[in-house]
Write a protein of this length. Structure first.
Length: 334
């Protein structure tokens, strides 16, 4: 059976051009994928005409959406006022089981809210969260939530711990992932009430390998495999890490500008190999855990390669049946 993947063609800083191109390129990697491009029909078809679809043309469909929720718009206002936006249309299609997965590099808040409203939460899930695999020297760790829920409650973070553990096991291949709460100190008496109450909930669940609180400085020291926080903190951490990594690579490269060409070439080659392991586009996008279906949220600056990988990742999540695994895990007694 074909896997139907809907892509928000109008979402992202470089939409619709690179979004359409990246999505179409993914068809070459997956013979059983059908692509549904959601957005302004005229603009999407214009982009498709500039591409060589070849034998994949029959596997591409365009669904018209007359509106776009812009990056700087309030998610609530955007969903309320733009009911024919590409994000809303795409979420409705997923809810009606017209597509199997949805992908967007557009307004993160609007996409998360639309998918939660239309696709509905999984059983025993009160709030969905975005989980990101963050690369480190010791291998990736999962950070959840990074932007879906900025007013989290302890129960929400507890659920993130369960769902992110399933993600770490199934997708990253970490057996019995260590779960921690991001705080200002390792001691369980430190942190906000949210942190303290989350600590109590996780400590009481024997099915979770909870290792306590973790400080920001230890995230890259192989202390935990899953780090939990509200979406406000998580989004700041994620973007700080991205900016720091880019700045460090530029600084190191600049330091060797005066070296002999042969030395400079070797340094640049090594930096490129390291950067490839830390480039967000390699991971495609982040899953919105907790909704009844597969939703992949991509970086607003996603290039064609990132979208291509996001389509691949969506297919992987469908094959692994992540939602089913989450439901089974949350149904277990603590």
């Amino acid at each position: 059976m074909a896997v139907r993947i809907a892509v928000d063609a109008m979402g992202g800083d470089f939409a619709p051009g690179v979004i359409v191109r990246g999505a179409v390129e993914a068809l070459a990697d997956n013979d059983d994928f059908e692509l549904v491009l959601v957005g302004d029909e005229g603009r999407v078809h214009a982009e498709l005409r500039g591409l060589d679809l070849g034998p994949h043309a029959a596997r591409v469909r365009v669904v018209h959406a007359s509106q776009v929720i812009e990056m700087d718009e309030s998610p609530v206002d955007g969903l309320r006022q733009k009911k024919d936006s590409s994000i809303v249309v795409m979420a409705k299609m997923a809810a009606a089981r017209e597509v199997d997965a949805v992908i967007s590099a557009g307004n993160t808040g609007a996409c998360a809210a639309a998918c939660q409203l239309k696709m509905r939460p999984l059983p025993n899930v009160s709030r969905a969260g975005i989980a990101v695999a963050v690369p480190s020297f010791h291998g990736p760790f999962v950070l959840c939530d990074v932007g879906a829920n900025i007013q989290a409650k302890p129960r929400h973070l507890y659920e993130y711990g369960v769902m992110a553990s399933v993600f770490a096991e199934k997708v990253i291949g970490i057996e019995k992932p260590r779960v921690a709460v991001l705080s200002i100190g390792e001691e369980n008496v430190k942190g906000t009430e949210l942190v303290k109450q989350t600590h109590e909930l996780l400590s009481a669940d024997s099915t979770i390998h909870f290792v306590g609180n973790v400080e920001g400085k230890d995230l890259f020291n192989n202390v935990c495999d899953v780090a939990l926080c509200d979406g406000f903190v998580g989004n700041i951490v994620l973007k700080f890490v991205e900016g720091l990594a880019e700045g460090l690579f530029r600084t190191i490269s600049h330091e060797f500008d005066g070296e002999e060409p042969g030395v400079k070439s070797k340094i640049d080659s090594a930096l490129q190999r390291i950067w490839a392991r830390h480039d967000y586009s390699e991971y495609g996008g982040a899953p919105l855990l907790g909704v009844d279906g597969v939703c992949i949220i991509c970086h607003g600056r996603s290039n064609a390669r990132a979208i291509r990988n996001a389509v691949r990742v969506a297919g992987q999540f469908l094959r692994l049946e992540l939602g089913k695994a989450v439901v089974e895990r949350l149904a277990r007694p603590a």
